[in-house]
Write a protein that binds this ligand. Sequence first.
Ligand code: HEC
Length: 329
Amino acid sequence: MDPISNRFPLRLTLGAFAAWFLAIAAIWLVTRNLDEHSAPAIFLGRFHILIVHVPIGLLCAALIFEVLGLTSLFPRLSDSVLPCLWLGVAGAMGATVAGYLLMAGEQIEGKDMTLHMWTGLGVVVLSTLCLCAKLVRVSPLAMSALLLVTVGLTGASSHFGGNMVHDNDYLSEYAPDLLKPLLGHPAEKEASVPNIPFGEWPIYARIVQPILDAKCTECHDENKVEGGLRMDSFEALAAGGDLVKDGDIPGEFVAGKADESEMILRVTMDPSEDDFMPPGKREHMTPAEIALVSWWINQGASPTMTVAQAKPDASVTPLLDELKSGHAK
Ligand code: HEC
């Protein structure tokens, strides 16, 4: 191919990149002030989960083919790098447009979301660069290096995306014990909890927070901030979510009044209601858990009050006894 005939594919690539950039910018403009879920955006956005595997596979294949093409065993594999890159770049562009729609439509926020978004947009930039580099025929070594960085970023982006769907211990949970630390498995919580007499347990930290950790923080912590609400610390819970910021409710809890507290209303309403928490097929809070959290709110929702300082209450006495004996074990 002479350099002139290379110009059209290069222009096509740059044109596609410009169109992609404008598409993302347009979605950003239209959705940035959205304050509720957008059904059309979510409908289209959910295809992200399907499309996203296309660029992952193709960009990995491009790297493998490029490297194997350097060997005398598979010299003709180099010819397949270009088609892989064309389709990989198109897939990455499609996946990020759908992903952006999903993020904006469902108003997903949080650390993993931010990392996933920027690394994902980065994959489009890098893979487009790979395609241009291939079209202008940089050296195979430079090509392999560029592809390696692109595949590395794709891996990082996939990891952050995976973290949003699964718990952080998804990979390590069933790993052999030897591998667990290598996979970053969180150490057993019990070990770090000081062994103090039951009466001195701070109710929030030792009773309420573990319940929220088990049933709510999957979607309400620094990694995922659904409804603008974090429930991974007393301060975050007290600060409240979107409803509080918009002035629709005074707080996620109303000290002394569990039955007026949004966080209790959400777990006690009819589970078929849209607002019920947790949404979907996730495990509901048990009546015992609801009773304990309600008790804490009715006692004033203090961040520090201990079991001994709180007034006993018939609804929780047996539950506290259970916790105590569990603790004594
Ligand atoms: C699967 C994800 C998920 C889980 C798990 C979950 N929530 Fe939510 N939560 C959401 C979403 C999405 C919203 C925003 C939409 C809405 O307000 O219904 C939300 C909003 C809320 C709000 C309203 C916050 C505000 O100020 O707007 C409260 C209160 C709440 N959740 C409580 C809980 C409680 C309590 C639990 C644990 C029993 C829980 N959530 C578990 C997804 C989840």
